[in-house]
Write a protein that binds this ligand. Sequence first.
Ligand SMILES: *Cc1c(COP(=O)(O)O)cnc(C)c1O
Length: 358
Amino acid sequence: MIPAAKPEIGHHERKAVDRVMRSGMLAQGPEVAAFEKEFSAHVAGRESIALNSGTSALHMAFLAAGIGPGDEVIVPSFSFAATANSVALTGATPVFVDIEIDHFNADPAAIEAAITPRTKAIMPVHLYGHPADLRAISAIAEKHNLLLFEDAAQAHLASVDGVPVGAWGIAASFSFYPTKNMTSGEGGMVTTPSAEIARAIRVLRNQGMERRYENEVVGFNTRMTDIHAAIGRVQLTKLPAWTAKRQQNAAFLSENIRGVVVPPVAEGAQHVFHQYTIRVVDHDRDAFAAELTKRGVGSGVYYPTPIHRLPSFAQTLDLPTTELVATQVLSLPVYPSLTKRELTAIVEAVNTVAKAGA
Ligand SMILES: *Cc1c(COP(=O)(O)O)cnc(C)c1O
């Protein structure tokens, strides 16, 4: 069976963990500081602040920028629930917009149409590793004087016109969950051009204090441990080569797969293929996935239910593209360690099922 995803943990990661264990300093310390510095090199030198998850990164970034009750934040509904949860947890209201069908990202026209006097921010998601239309969306943010956030949880090293994701908005959030393009076990990172926001996040993650026992605000414990940072530092050194391999794997799949819609890449965009997501248009998607499983090919559906229809939000909205693609998307294995033989097996299975009908 070829699994849908496969985290790569090697002996360098194990050695790094052992080094931290031997040091006796396990909580946030020098490894976290080094990880932050090294991560900044991948986001055009912006300041990086490590957190215990990508969700905490989103949440702390909103709080640090002053998002709260009465504010509206525009987000796509076609994403992981954490995108909207992080808005709602601040007391602000997530306003869900539709996506464009090619790259499954927030539609700039829908964003502009959703702006009200209460809109404070826009947060596109770089879904599956394909950057959102950052040129258009940052122009909208500027025109309407709104803050631009990025949910870059799936998009480490993606870019638009050579400018990396994480270097566009007032704050961007990355995730290091095991299935993401790199992992620290659990973990997240905020990147920001604002020294003020960076400081606010450092205070919020540490119980509201910069100096010990001089708590300035009511804060959290959302710190990353040095154990996790040590894993993340090793993975970060491997990320560029892994990303290139994901892109090569995706190119092979797109050249050879027939009978389904393969994912196009926008001009000027670097797609880092966190997921390689096809649209199954001529067959029932779930039956198609079941047929692939029978042929030894794992796949995943991200996400079967748009966020606005989850019981946690339960809204009735007219988001036709979101609703359509939720029934069509299917993510195939694309991770770096796939062999040529496995890639060929994936192509053969997809083409056979597409031809035969499912
Ligand atoms: C994974 C993910 C998150 C949350 O990250 P965690 O590290 O799991 O908390 C947020 N947004 C998107 C789009 C994600 O894929």
